[in-house]
Ligand binder design. Structure first.
Ligand SMILES: Cc1ncc(COP(=O)(O)O)c(C=O)c1O
Length: 381
């Protein structure tokens, strides 16, 4: 967010900056969602509080989505609509864990998990997940962490941020079985489902939903990424039976309800037209990813994570480190001198992240193509 603020200052001063630091699609919501929002406002309908867990129509649409994508039959009463998936993390962690509980996470990983858990007094147990495990937790890593003190939970994201790596059905099944056997609550962050780049005919092209394997997991997702609706602040959870009442009570106290206008409009996110529009946006991410991978050698960085999904390229800076010393120094110089904003890896990994950067290719091929040229020129200075 600090880098985004700096981008805004530079742009305000007339600089031409390519921003590849934020994980957000630029295309906006599907047309039918925008039209629904416009009609809602034109109707003059009073936008009062909704139920704490969200409006009935949207909970039903989310439940039906799981039938469509994963063949999972979800009872709408187990769906909680939330203020982005960020709001879902707070509610899920509050409901599922107690202060002092040990909760495991992959390092590198999305920083909000550990920050929220720590703020709630949980003990964050970061597991170093490098290329040898495709940056994802395994039963072996979990067993090692559990051996040092009982784990109460695991947060797993597939596709992950910052690496984009995904777990296969067999890998997720092994982790789920381990969690069940050891009484560890799995929180599955599936916010990047659908933003994936499978080979034709590959199994589970959208990602594997934890509820295909075990309904005691908490599944968290959002309208932010596949649907491109970051600013609408709308997400959801699939809740195990034993957490529904607690989340309902907490949600009513924390925020009363998720944003009402966004909820009414998001009902239109599940039409055939909306899915088609989102799939077209993902196809463009895929073309941008291809362009980036085809030109990766020219960047003269080190090895990168595979980017199975999401829109991130997470790479070691390799030879650039000798010049710049750290990814934050590199990213600061690149922004000021060449007008390209990347995210230094320290946000995702406070140990090895000083060697890595994350490039978000959500901005599309034109922006990424131009950024590659600027990076190459910057490094040749
Ligand atoms: C892995 C992951 N989970 C959750 C979020 C939060 O998204 P939101 O609150 O917009 O749903 C992000 C945002 O970038 C993310 O990368």
């Amino acid at each position: 967010m600090d880098i985004l603020d700096r981008v805004a200052v530079l742009r305000g001063a007339g600089r031409d900056v390519i921003s590849l630091c934020a994980g957000e699609p630029s295309g906006g919501a599907p047309a039918e969602v925008s039209h629904a929002a416009a009609s809602l406002h034109a109707s003059g309908r009073a936008l009062t509080y909704t139920s704490a867990l969200g409006i009935r129509e949207l909970r039903a649409e989310v439940a039906a989505h799981y039938g469509r994508w994963y063949g999972v039959d979800v009872d709408p009463s187990r769906v909680a609509i939330t203020t982005g998936s960020s709001g879902a993390f707070l509610l899920a962690f509050l409901a599922a864990f107690e202060a002092g509980d040990r909760v495991a996470l992959a390092r590198p990983g999305y920083p909000a998990y550990r920050n929220i858990l720590r703020a709630l007094g949980c003990e964050v147990v970061e597991m170093d997940c490098g290329p040898e495990v495709r940056y994802q937790p395994t039963p072996e890593l979990l067993a090692a962490a559990h051996g040092q003190g009982r784990l109460a939970g695991l947060v797993l994201a597939s596709p992950a941020n910052p690496t984009g790596t995904m777990v296969s059905r067999a890998e997720l099944a092994a982790v789920t079985a381990w969690c069940l056997e050891h009484g560890v609550r799995l929180v599955s962050d599936e916010i990047y489902h659908g933003v994936t780049y499978p080979e034709p005919g590959a199994p589970d092209p959208r990602g594997v939903c934890a509820w295909e394997l075990d309904e005691s997991a908490v599944v968290i997702s959002s309208f932010s990424k596949y649907w491109g609706m970051t600013g609408w602040r709308l997400g959801w959870m699939l809740l195990p039976e034993d957490l529904v009442r607690a989340v309902d009570a907490l949600a009513g106290n924390v925020a009363l309800c998720p944003p009402a206008p966004a909820q009414y409009a998001a009902v239109a996110a599940f039409t055939a037209e909306s899915y088609a529009e989102c799939d077209e946006a993902v196809a463009e991410f895929g073309r941008t990813r291809r362009l980036l991978l085809d030109h990766a050698d020219r960047l003269a960085w080190g090895p990168a994570a595979p980017a199975d999904g999401a829109f991130y390229y997470y790479a070691d800076l390799g030879p650039q480190l000798a010049t710049w010393g750290s990814s934050s120094a590199y990213a600061a110089a690149l922004l000021e001198q060449a007008g390209v904003a990347l995210t230094p890896g320290g946000d995702f990994d406070d140990r090895a992240g000083a060697c890595s950067v994350r490039l978000s290719f959500a901005a599309g091929s034109l922006a990424v193509g131009e950024a590659i040229e600027r990076i190459v020129a910057f490094q040749q200075r």
